[in-house]
Design a protein around this ligand. Structure first.
Ligand SMILES: [Zn+2]
Length: 231
């Protein structure tokens, strides 16, 4: 018997039980009452469900009350079992998302002690960095922070950015003396429609504010946005 069958029968069953209450058959002598064992089986919709017992319960308020109590017990047990199953499922999902989160949603990625990734990945969302990519009422986003030991950057580019190969430069902001570090990366469209540029860094950054500059293949001009590296 499936859980769905149980639920459908629950409704029918409750109607029968309720009928007994409505009709109020007191049966003080408990004439013809089945044993608790049978009532439990009835409450659980477990076979053998004999028509005789069903018919009796429909005409016996004490039995009906017992069945309701048994069913309440069963419901609580099921609920507990369901909660445990749900909790276990959540745990599994969060464990498997642990790695994915590094790539998808966390701006500041710290090495996770319990699930240490081999690469420290930081994400930067520059999708709203430029005035034309946000509504007039929206304030410019705050400068984003990444850990200085980041080994890989995942940069969400403004919508409409081309996919494909990119030149990327990272330069301490306001310090044109220091040479920019040059990288290459590639951008692809994510499931949510955003354009994500992946760049492997070649070593830790110092703490401070940097300009990230990027230019897609065939683009004439560089785009630039600032971020802060936190040691
Ligand atoms: Zn009875």
């Amino acid at each position: 018997m499936t859980e769905t069958d149980d639920i459908m029968r629950d409704d029918e069953f409750e109607a029968v039980v309720q009928q007994a209450f409505l009709d109020a058959f007191p049966n003080p002598d408990r004439t013809g009452c089945p044993s608790d064992e049978v009532l439990r089986l009835l409450a659980a919709n477990k076979s053998p469900v004999n028509d005789e017992a069903n018919a009796h319960v429909a005409q016996c308020s004490p039995c009906a009350r017992k069945i309701l109590a048994f069913r309440e017990e069963i419901r609580k047990r099921r609920q507990t079992r369901w909660l445990w199953t749900a909790a276990a499922a959540c745990l599994t999902v969060s464990l498997s998302l642990g790695v994915y989160r590094q790539f998808a949603s966390v701006r500041n990625v710290r090495p996770d002690e319990h699930n240490a990734p081999s690469v420290v990945v930081a994400t930067l969302d520059f999708s709203k960095e430029f005035p034309e990519t946000r509504r007039a009422s929206e304030a410019p986003p705050e400068i984003q922070k990444i850990p200085a030991n980041s080994e890989e950057l995942l940069i969400t580019l403004p919508g409409g950015s081309p996919t494909g190969e990119y030149e990327v430069q990272i330069r301490p902001e306001g310090d044109l003396e220091k040479p920019a570090k040059a990288f290459s990366g590639s951008a692809s469209t994510q499931l949510d429609g955003s354009i994500m540029l992946r760049v492997a860094l070649d070593g830790p950054l110092h703490g401070g504010t940097y300009a990230a500059n990027w230019r897609g293949e065939g683009e004439q001009f560089w785009h630039s946005a600032a971020f802060t590296s936190i040691p």
